[in-house]
Design a protein around this ligand. Structure first.
Ligand code: 5GP
Length: 204
């Protein structure tokens, strides 16, 4: 636990499928001050994805059972698959003072904001939707029909962007990472998190 009793910050990162969130987050979590929450999903693993590293890959039955046992902080259906954040890991890491990163879609992000109003919602977007299409197609991990489905979904997600605290345009990777790190530093300095220092100073 940090000496100053501060809990970690819950950082929720969303963005259109293909916006480059994965790469950004991989870079961020090289810093051990962050803990990354591994989600559960019912989608099939992509080539190269590993159980317990990229996701916990579950059957629909197992996922539904976990919903019933209230084991998710949030969950949502996205393009015909379920995705959810296991609750225990997030709570433990926050208590230990780690800044916990969730990489989740918009419906889940808004559920988290209701439960943890002090969380920070960051939306990562490519400069244009054309660029998004290009990135999704050149990634080559999904069939054309799935790419189309994800582009449609991106248009729906546009309507939720206004509920986020920050929008970050992911053009140059290093800049994106720097911006997010600056957001986190500023969030740690907010009066709502650092107000206890006033009392401490008064007591000197
Ligand atoms: P993908 O299939 O591309 O890995 O993920 C599809 C979408 O699901 C992405 O927008 C990703 O952020 C989101 N996602 C991943 N894990 C979770 C989760 O635990 N909860 C929610 N609500 N969305 C998630």
């Amino acid at each position: 636990m940090k000496k100053n009793k501060e809990k970690g910050i819950l950082i929720v990162i969303s963005g259109f499928s293909g916006a480059g969130k994965g790469t950004v987050i991989r870079e961020l979590i090289k810093d051990t001050r962050y803990a990354f929450s591994i989600s559960a999903t019912t989608r099939q693993p992509r080539v190269g994805e590993e159980e317990g590293v990229h996701y916990f890959f579950l059957t629909r039955e197992k996922f539904t059972e976990m919903i019933g046992k209230n084991e998710f902080l949030e969950w949502a259906e996205f393009c015909n698959n379920y995705y959810g954040t296991p609750k225990k890991y997030v709570e433990n890491q926050l208590l230990q003072g780690k800044d916990v990163i969730l990489e989740i879609e918009v419906q889940g992000a808004l559920q988290v904001k209701e439960i943890f109003p002090e969380c920070v919602l960051i939306f990562i977007t490519p400069p244009t939707l054309k660029e998004l299409q290009h990135r999704l197609e050149s990634r080559g991990t999904e069939e054309i029909s799935v790419v189309q489905q994800r582009l449609c979904r991106a248009r729906e997600e546009l309507t939720y962007m206004q509920d986020y605290d920050y929008i970050v345009i992911n053009d140059i990777l290093e800049d994106t990472i720097e911006i997010i790190e600056n957001i986190v530093v500023a969030e740690h300095c907010k009066m709502s998190r650092k107000g206890y220092i006033i009392e401490k100073l008064k007591g000197e």
